[in-house]
Design a binder for this molecule. Structure first.
Ligand code: NAP
Length: 295
């Protein structure tokens, strides 16, 4: 068997077209969806991520405010900035790029964001709403994975999904999304982690495997049930002397072998990553609608 490749870039492009239409509709009503990105420090990866988000906004006709500040920014200064953005009517979404420098309490900052503008979906108010099945926004990576499953013709309803990883950003909210009682979900979900006994056997019981671990090529092909659908969230740098930069990105699943066993699989890069970026745009447009009272 050779798996079909779930093309996250192509699916993300499809969704971006829908977002652009949503932006046009809002503009006709005098509303331009706006995203504020907040970056503290000079971490190159964070700078790249934030830069891409600003570019995405511009490409979709949205308004963006890039707040870039030095690593020495004090916590009270950051909280005051968040407060200003909370009150700014042109800002519908606020994204504080993590991680923040060690002297700043991340939780305190995330709690300070108005939940109506929390387009990352990390505020406890939004986490609680997600659990009871009344989400304001779904966190971007889990929401992107649900879109990937549906749009690639692999709906999770009735399937056994094994999520490997239980972080607050990916594993936990994804499990919650997939177990909801609705047509987009209705999966039977198992969440595995570093203390799971006999992980290969647990993974072998899955119709859909979602790997969010952060360890290169960790999940082996012989752990997969033949025909399983594999979504690889992991982004791991491995040395590669053939590349000018000296490294390349690989996922958490041993792709080259897994492609022979799975029925469908996401590549890394080009699978989940483009979806995460795109869902931030989806959430920002949704925030603009909700804040403007448009259903
Ligand atoms: N493409 C994207 O858009 C995107 C977005 C977010 C994250 N990511 C990537 O996804 C990966 C996971 O991110 P994260 O933020 O969720 O990471 P994280 O917070 O480090 O969580 C990793 C999870 O993997 C589990 N784990 C670690 N070693 C394991 C093992 N040997 N066996 C089973 N489970 C193990 C951990 O278990 P314990 O809880 O027991 O420690 C933890 O729950 C990373 O590579 C990250 O870069 C990609």
């Amino acid at each position: 068997m050779s798996a079909s490749i779930i093309d996250g870039k192509q699916i993300a492009e499809e969704i971006k077209k829908e977002v652009a239409r949503g932006v046009e509709e809002l503009k006709k009503q005098g509303i331009t969806p706006g995203l504020a990105t907040v970056l503290v420090g000079e971490d190159p990866a964070s700078q790249t991520y934030v830069g891409m988000k600003v570019k995405d906004c511009e490409a979709l006709g949205m308004h963006s405010i890039a707040e870039n500040h030095p690593a020495e920014m004090r916590e009270d200064e950051l909280l005051s900035l968040v407060d200003t953005l909370n009150k700014d009517n042109d800002v519908h979404g606020i994204l504080v790029q993590l991680p923040l420098p060690g002297h700043i309490d991340e939780q305190k900052v995330l709690l300070a964001i108005n939940p109506d503008k929390d387009v990352d979906g990390f505020h406890p108010d939004n986490v609680g709403r997600l659990i009871i099945g009344q989400p304001r926004f779904s966190p971007c990576t889990p929401a992107g994975i649900v879109e990937l499953l549906h749009r690639s013709g692999n709906p999770p309803a009735g399937k056994h999904v094994v999520v490997v990883g239980r972080s607050n950003i990916v594993g936990k909210p994804l499990a919650v999304l997939l177990m909801q009682k609705n047509d987009r979900a209705n999966a039977t979900v198992t969440v595995a982690h570093s203390r799971t006994q006999d992980l290969p056997e647990v993974v072998r019981s899955a119709d859909i495997v979602i790997a969010a671990i952060g360890r290169a090529n960790f999940i082996k092909a012989d752990w997969l049930k033949p025909g399983a659908v594999v979504i690889d969230v992991g982004t791991n740098r491995v040395e590669d002397a053939t590349r000018e930069r000296g490294w390349r990105l690989v996922g958490d699943v041993d792709f080259d072998a897994a492609v022979e066993v799975a029925s469908a699989i996401t590549p890394v890069p080009g699978g989940v990553g483009p979806m995460t970026r795109t869902m931030l745009m989806v959430n920002t447009v949704e925030a603009a609608r909700q804040l403007s009272g448009i259903s």
